[in-house]
Design a protein around this ligand. Structure first.
Ligand code: PMP
Length: 364
């Protein structure tokens, strides 16, 4: 079977050239006679892979010197606990904005360790927008302020960051990292699960300001598992234990690939063109409707509905048969969702739009 177009929300499509290179290098990486999977993580060859991948990520995201890049494990969900355990310091409260299922899971996990102040929520409207914030609801004594940059299930993203003053802004950037440039200096900590724009699931990238590393060193909660301590991870170059070596290698290949394409300005250009094409079609369609209000629309995850469940199902089935897979919407929104991460190019979105156009004509 040839490659299909995979619109999964994650794990999702990876660049073909990366997969092909990994395949070529599978049994003999760089004349070592071994697969990366078989290498000691203490070997020079693997250290080079790890350090180069971090350098490439720094270049891609323009990460300032006063930030460290950590590779951790356990998916983004493990960070829901790691963040409060490491960053509460002497404080006992944190601010969260509830913009979707993942934001809700993050704040529920944090409740095990501190008082959570939910500054705003769009839950009552099925999370179809980013809620307005009332600054009087911010807790000035919060240890940090947590947001979810891009809400994978509901297809919203923050276009303007909240003004949190001196409180560190922490974000879950799992489903939008590397899709466009971000000003890292606006954040205290960014975390992202890898399985959308980076590589294999399980790996998590954490970008942390160094004063927060100090905070975790001095004030992490006593109970914090060693494997979740940011300072210990940093002091050991992300190799306190055996790191997920193969996942780090694939992430490195993806970073190199994106740098070769022209970096994140170029990815933004491409992603905006893709999103404009798809939303443009949806906004003009008489059958399909995008579910998110315009100013909050994600570049990466595009949910849409026909308003008729049977028709939605028929559309998903026919799409699958045509080689456009994983278009079924999340059960909490219904309908369809196209996740158009970096590895789906403009031609892929054109193919999707052509398919939807044809489906609309045939089922009008
Ligand atoms: N946050 C967001 C925004 C996500 O989309 C996901 C997974 N889809 C998660 C967290 C959870 O990630 P993981 O499965 O890696 O724990």
């Amino acid at each position: 079977m040839g490659r299909v177009l995979n619109f999964s929300a994650g794990p999702s499509q990876l660049p073909l050239s990366v997969l092909e290179r990994a395949a070529r290098e599978m049994t003999d990486y760089g004349n070592t006679g071994t697969s990366v999977m078989e290498m000691s993580h203490r070997s020079k060859a693997f250290e080079n892979i790890l350090f180069k991948s971090k350098e490439d990520l720094r270049k891609l995201m323009n990460i300032p010197e006063n930030y460290d890049v950590l590779y951790m494990q356990g998916g983004a969900s493990t960070q829901f606990a790691a963040v409060p355990l490491n960053l509460l310091g002497d404080k006992d409260a944190a601010d969260y904005v509830d913009t979707g299922t993942w934001a809700d899971k993050a704040l529920k996990e944090a409740k095990k360790y501190c008082k959570v102040n939910v500054v705003a929520s769009s839950k009552a409207e099925t999370y179809n927008h980013i809620p307005e914030l009332d600054k009087s609801k911010f807790n000035p004594n919060a240890a940090y302020f947590h947001i979810t940059t891009n809400n994978t299930i509901f297809g919203t993203k923050w276009s303007t960051l909240p003004d949190v003053g001196g409180v560190p802004l922490v974000t879950d950037m799992s489903s939008s990292i590397l899709s466009e440039p971000v000003d890292v200096a606006k954040y205290g900590l960014i975390y992202a699960g890898a399985q959308k724009n980076i590589g294999p699931a399980g790996l998590v990238v954490v970008i942390i300001r160094k004063d927060l590393l100090e905070l975790s060193k001095e004030k992490a909660k006593e109970m914090t598992p060693t494997m979740l301590r940011y300072d210990i991870c940093a002091e050991n170059d992300s190799m306190y234990n055996t790191p997920p070596t193969y996942s780090i290698y694939i992430a490195g290949l993806v970073f190199e690939h994106l740098l070769n394409l022209g970096g994140l300005e170029e990815m933004k250009k491409r992603n905006v063109a893709k999103a404009n094409l798809l939303y443009g079609f949806l906004d003009n369609s008489k059958m399909f409707k995008a579910t998110v209000r315009k100013q909050d629309r994600s570049l990466m995850n595009v949910p849409f509905v026909t308003g008729n469940e049977e028709l939605d199902d028929k559309c998903v089935k026919q799409a699958t048969a045509a080689g456009l897979i994983n278009l079924k919407g999340h059960r909490s929104v219904g309908g369809l969702r196209a996740s158009i991460y970096n590895a789906i190019d403009l031609d892929g979105v054109k193919t999707l739009v052509n398919f939807l156009e044809k489906f609309e004509k045939e089922n009008a």
